[in-house]
Design a protein around this ligand. Structure first.
Ligand SMILES: Nc1ncnc2c1ncn2[C@@H]1O[C@H](COP(=O)(O)OP(=O)(O)OP(=O)(O)O)[C@@H](O)[C@H]1O
Ligand SMILES: [Mg+2]
Length: 236
């Protein structure tokens, strides 16, 4: 198992958000977690990334317990998060924004160059715009930049927090195609989304998170055909 989240309970102050969440991801899988606003999706990703410390439960990555590690150490272990808020540095060039994701390589030029080449290959638009200030990019391009930057550390597990949020349908399709391509190139993917139909037609397996609890899990195909999922998440 590449990632094992075991009965995790996460809080903000006294307010409990995750109530014993468990999930497992094998190397090479593409897994999605679906849930409505406030279900705890971002909190779950932050807990795995070490940005929120679970009060109970455990997170294991590649057989090692990581939940007490600081966030930068977790990146070194091979997990990156493309965050929901898409924070970029608007006054810096696209190229410099990408380079910021490569700090784990400690300045080793050949590793940085290899990752830049990969990022430009996945996102040709970022290559075209490399000298442009990142703040001038469109919403979809900024999302691409955030994903590209997350890949600069060459992660084993890429976590994506609602990459489709606020983007036009055609741009969403493009983003999902690219995520699929990243997965094909052998990165394990954990995707959190409200867009259930796109996610379940792209991922291999899924979990449904409601009020901080996993209420359903299974192969994406089964979830697509599940009556409850159809009603609550697919609007069918
Ligand atoms: N920093 C924080 N301090 C206190 N409460 C928070 C904090 N961040 C989130 N919450 C609360 O935790 C709950 C879960 O939030 P979370 O962001 O994990 O949900 P989500 O599923 O990602 O929602 P969305 O789809 O809107 O992004 C919400 O009720 C939210 O108000
Ligand atoms: Mg969220």
């Amino acid at each position: 198992m590449l990632l094992r989240v075991d009965k995790v309970e996460s809080f903000y102050g006294r307010s409990q958000i995750l109530h014993g969440v468990s999930l497992e991801i094998k190397e090479g899988e593409f897994v999605c977690v679906l849930g409505a606003n406030g279900a705890g999706k971002t909190t779950l990703l932050k807990t795995i990334a070490g940005l929120v410390k679970p009060r109970r439960g455990a997170v294991e990555f590649a057989g090692r317990r990581i939940d007490a590690f600081p966030a930068h150490q977790i990146v070194r272990e091979g997990i990156t998060l493309a965050p929901e808020d898409r924070k970029i540095f608007p006054q810096m060039s696209v190229y410099k924004n990408l380079i910021l994701g490569a700090w784990v390589h400690g300045g080793a030029p050949e590793k940085i160059q290899k990752n830049i080449t990969q990022a430009y290959d996945l996102f040709p638009i970022l290559k075209d715009r490399r000298d442009q200030m990142a703040g001038t990019l469109s919403g979809g391009e900024q999302q691409m930049l955030v994903i590209g930057r997350s890949l600069m550390s060459n992660p084993k597990l890429l976590m994506l927090d609602e990459p489709s949020l606020g983007l036009a349908p055609l741009v969403v399709e493009r983003i999902f195609e690219i995520i699929q391509e990243i997965h094909r190139r052998s990165t394990t993917v954990l995707l959190v989304e409200q867009n259930a139909s796109m996610s379940l037609t792209t991922a291999g397996r899924g979990y449904i998170l409601e009020n901080g609890r996993i209420i359903l899990e299974g192969p994406a195909q089964n979830l697509l055909e599940d009556e409850k999922v159809k009603k609550a998440y697919l609007g069918l």
